[in-house]
Design a binder for this molecule. Sequence first.
Ligand code: UD1
Length: 369
Amino acid sequence: MSVLRLVSVVGARPQFVKLAPIVRVAGQRGDVDHRILHTGQHYDSAMSDVFFEDLKMPAPDADLGIGSGSHGEQTAAMLVALEKTFSGERPDAVLVYGDTNSTLAATLAATKIHVPVAHIEAGLRSFNRKMPEEINRLVADHCSDRLYAPTPVAVANLEDENLGERTVRSGDVMRDAVNFNIEQARRSSTILDDLALEQAAFSLVTVHRPANTDGANLELLLDRLEESSRRHLPMVFPVHPRTRAMLEKMGYQPPPTLRLTEPMPYLDNLQLLDNARYVVTDSGGVQKEAAFLETPCFTARNETEWTETLDIGVNRIVHDGASGLLAAIEEFMVSPVEFGADVHRQIDESYGRGDAANRIVDDCVEWLS
Ligand code: UD1
């Protein structure tokens, strides 16, 4: 039996979560040799190692140790190192995930030397080209040979760009990850006790997008979060390193109702999301995890790639520095979102039921042989 050699390239926190279901499924097969290559984009233990531990993944087979830099510096350093690795190893295919600079670099490095590329979480669009992630997605989708689209909306976006023939609707690997890990999180996470939190008596907030953290926007956003944490429910705010750097520069002192913490490990984050009354976020992944865990979401951005969550009614956009946040939360307090059977059906129809990794690995084997 011939063995298919697949290399997954990851580098940033959300990619470790998307990788885990693929590692598990590929590891159960005798016909796939799956390796993990870490670019080193996220290097802090709390942003990287902890995720490999929580998600029970083996350490990466290789770590390029690239680290931070401007977009050009970071991507260029990755390109040089990845081209060398792929030229030496010549895997049967490279798997890339999501929309980070690691995704962009791996896609370009592999396609240029004719190593096939499969893009997991293809077809997402914010239609906002000011986001670095949007550029990364466009390049990754147009250069990849196989496109695993998580939702019908993603499939339609790819068809609109004449990429339908390479597209496979796979469902969302983040759903696989939540389904597989939520019971473990409920059993083993001590984060509620550690932070003295009671179920549904707090809200959660995460902020890391440049549009929110850079410039005057962060001050505006913090004002609204502070006000909400006083008027509505106290907030727990695990702080991303980019945001932490900005807060330190400002000399920010939060009020007691807005509790800043280190970035959360995966299982603790699931436990917080599962128990929060609602979440305020600018993360893509958290919007979906919230929907899967029946937690209403307020998205502090001007648009979202995950438009299904808006249509289903479990997510609301609060524009420009969360300008409508206070009013949106007050409205929600009066008539909360019901996670009834109809909502569950729509979530399943959009994101699948948690078998995306199986579909992807099965399809890879068929496609490449
Ligand atoms: C990246 C992705 C984004 C993803 C996010 C999740 C791109 C363009 N963006 O953004 O799509 O949603 O990851 O977190 O790839 N830093 C540390 N320690 C770390 C990692 C980063 O201190 O372990 C600091 C660095 O100083 C850096 C800043 O955080 O300047 C931002 O890191 P970077 O990798 O540039 O992008 P993210 O903002 O994390």
